[in-house]
Ligand binder design. Structure first.
Ligand code: HMG
Ligand code: MG
Length: 271
């Protein structure tokens, strides 16, 4: 049995050029809340100049109808973001850094070391559990192949800070199953399967195979987005996340596929 962490409202919508009304985002989250998911990343509290698509994070959080079985997560880059997430009553927050310096600069304007220091007070002050993302864990759009040793060092730093869970990101969807096995063979030595989530984007149709490779090594938590929408505006060529539907058809997930289809259909007119 796997657990899917739904990324659609955050990773999905941050990369869509069309203007999506706040009410539509709220309807999307509410529909996802009825699909049997237990965690949804609702939005991010980042600079509205950098990601205008999610500038209404507070309004979205305030407008959703919370299902008590669902944890509603917010992505935050710094203490200002943490304050936004606390104000929005997020049940969990996620900080994010990368395993490649160039991507991290482009994404959050910091070195990896600077970002970890930025997260220290965020993790200390957070009243809710903290997930830590490691982006570009396989390939960087600027630097190419990333070595597993480097990824493991970043994972260690995030765990030392006190992150409760690590999500390993194939930001540009270039990983192959053998590379997933290779990285996990190293990362699982420092971060056990129950604390590890895999975050696959799907450029070359390998994301499901990558998830299968990870599942073989004991991974049970996967990030995905309804309808396969998504991508990072600061990673050129970043495609959509692996779709929640594809994962739910491949693994036993307990999700309601009809309810998922309804949720995905809400976004379709805006893609
Ligand atoms: P900065 O450019 O270094 O500068 O920002 P700053 O900290 O001095 O702030 C600049 C301006 O942003 C100021 O406003 C701040 O108040 C404001 P101004 O004075 O110019 O009017 N600001 C904020 N506003 C709202 N909320 C905040 C906040 N912080 C500062 N939290 C910063 C650094 C990280 C904020 C910026 O670079 C940023 O927001 N970047 C966007 C990063 C982002 O959202 N990327 C996409 C998500 S990551 C992803 O998709 C990957 C993932 O899915 C995993 C994977 O696929 O690998 C997670
Ligand atoms: Mg992503």
């Amino acid at each position: 049995m796997i657990r899917i962490v739904e990324m659609g409202p955050r990773d999905g919508l941050q990369n869509i050029k069309n203007n999506i009304p706040t009410e539509v985002k709220i309807a999307f989250v509410d529909a996802l809340s009825q699909a049997g998911l237990d965690e949804i990343e609702v939005s991010s509290f980042v600079s509205p100049k950098r990601v205008p698509q999610l500038a209404d994070a507070a309004e979205v959080f305030a407008g959703i109808t919370r299902n008590p079985k669902v944890r509603y997560m917010a992505l935050v880059p710094n203490e200002k973001g943490l304050d936004g997430a606390i104000g929005a009553k997020a049940d969990k927050i996620a900080v994010f850094t990368a395993a490649s310096e160039t991507f991290n600069q482009m994404n959050i304007n910091a070195t990896i070391a600077e970002s970890v220091e930025r997260f220290r007070p965020v993790v200390e002050r957070s009243p809710v559990p903290v997930r830590g993302y490691v982006s570009t864990a396989f390939y960087c759009p600027y630097e190419g192949k990333v070595t597993p040793t480097y990824v493991v060092e970043v994972i260690k730093k995030l765990l030392e800070l006190g992150c409760d869970e690590i999500s390993i990101g194939d930001t540009i969807g270039k990983a192959q199953p053998d590379e997933v096995s290779e990285l996990l063979a190293e990362s699982l030595k420092v971060c056990p399967p129950k604390k590890t989530a895999m975050h696959f984007h799907d450029t070359f149709g390998q994301a499901v195979n990558n998830a299968k490779a990870a599942a073989k090594l004991g991974i049970t938590v996967f990030d995905a987005s309804a309808g396969g929408i998504g991508g990072c505006p600061f990673a050129p060529g970043a495609p959509g996340n692996i779709s929640t539907e594809a994962l739910a058809r491949t693994f036993d997930s307990g999700l309601d596929l009809n309810a998922l289809a309804k949720a995905s259909s809400i976004m379709r007119p805006y893609l």
